[in-house]
Write a protein that binds this ligand. Structure first.
Ligand SMILES: NC(=O)c1ccc[n+]([C@@H]2O[C@H](COP(=O)([O-])OP(=O)(O)OC[C@H]3O[C@@H](n4cnc5c(N)ncnc54)[C@H](OP(=O)(O)O)[C@@H]3O)[C@@H](O)[C@H]2O)c1
Length: 310
């Protein structure tokens, strides 16, 4: 089969479109014919070697931890799926990914694909969508009428977080540049904040939670918007300082999203009902993965970048 692999850590140019052995399903796995996958920042962080101390991947390696496709074959003990089923999911981040024509995936990492979306749109959802869901509800425990500040609200995780929060009647302030203010409004953002002209901590106070994915001074300034007992949920390292949290009378957490098929199923329902939509910034053919990485590395993508495999 064809896949995109990298043989050494480096820039986007290390991604090579080449022939590799087609996987076979082990017990508890299915092989999925990949129709689309998406690019997440972790892809280029791994490729560049930024996460080497955290996890050393065996080279050559196939990236890609979103998949939408069709079950081609099933391993022993698989009862949930059969060939021909349309699935989407987030394959195990410790194993090789979906920048390929086929991928072997454990059944626990899959759910039925949204019926009203094509594979390109479905592939945009799992990793970013699960992260948004788990940050808002599993970790921050947000409920109707509470208030959240979502940083990078126009990005992959942020635009899902914004829409999920609005579905639960949570008040949302979101940060983005001038060019994305209208986009945030369209997604239902109650208080879009242009970070180029406005310091968010000047206008946001006593919030229940912050979803923080930018780090550095933005994290430091974000403590000021939380009410006593509020929570900062960080998506990137280093872990938030417990001392800072204590000093502000707040709580802090860092999360690493997990695949939860029940959440994927719930999100599929939301998108099928038309109440949530993935925004696609660009679709590249698989062989142009390097171009897709260059775009993602600008860190100014609106929504998601998708790689179409067939
Ligand atoms: N812990 C986990 O499990 C987990 C899971 C997923 C992602 N992550 C991490 O979370 C981060 C976000 O992921 P993502 O997929 O959402 O990334 P992304 O799609 O690449 O984010 C791009 C967005 O960031 C916005 N942005 C850039 N600078 C900003 C600033 N100073 N203030 C506000 N917004 C700004 C951009 O908006 P403008 O163009 O308008 O500036 C753009 O829409 C990444 O570092 C990723 O690695 C962690």
């Amino acid at each position: 089969m064809k896949a995109v692999r990298f043989h050494s850590y480096g820039g986007p140019e290390v991604l090579v479109y080449e022939d590799v052995p087609k996987p076979a399903p082990a017990s508890g796995e299915v092989v999925v014919k990949v129709h689309a996958t998406s690019v997440n920042p972790i892809d280029w962080k791994v490729r560049a070697g930024h996460l080497k101390s955290f996890r050393d991947y065996p080279l050559p390696f196939i990236l890609g931890w979103d998949v939408s496709g069709v079950v081609e074959s099933c391993g022993m003990d698989v009862t949930e799926w059969k060939p021909g089923d349309e699935v989407y999911g987030r394959p195990d981040i410790g194993r090789s990914g979906a920048y390929a024509e086929y991928i072997a995936v454990q059944t626990k990492d899959l759910a039925r694909k949204p019926q009203k979306l094509d594979h390109v749109h479905s592939a945009a959802i799992p990793l970013a969508g699960l992260t948004a869901w788990q940050a808002l509800f599993d970790t921050a425990g947000l409920q109707s009428m509470q208030k959240v500040l979502i940083h990078a609200a126009a990005g992959g995780v942020g635009h899902f977080a914004l829409q999920f929060a609005k579905q639960k009647n949570v008040y949302v302030a979101g940060t983005a540049s001038a060019r994305n203010q209208e986009f945030l409004k369209q997604l239902g953002c109650d208080l879009p904040i242009n970070y180029e002209t406005t310091r968010f901590e000047d206008i946001v106070h006593d919030f229940d939670a912050v979803i923080e994915s930018l780090g550095g001074e933005i994290r430091q300034r974000s403590w000021k918007v939380l009410k006593k007992g509020g929570i900062m949920v960080c998506l990137i390292g280093p872990p938030p300082s417990e001392e800072d949290a204590k000093a502000h009378g707040s709580r802090a957490a860092i999360i690493w999203a997990q695949t939860k098929p029940d959440q994927l199923a719930e999100v599929a329902k939301l998108v099928d009902s038309g109440r949530v939509r993935p925004e696609i910034a660009a679709v590249f053919p698989l062989r142009e993965a390097a171009q897709a990485h260059k775009m993602s590395e600008t860190e100014h993508v609106r929504g998601k970048i998708v790689l179409q495999v067939i």
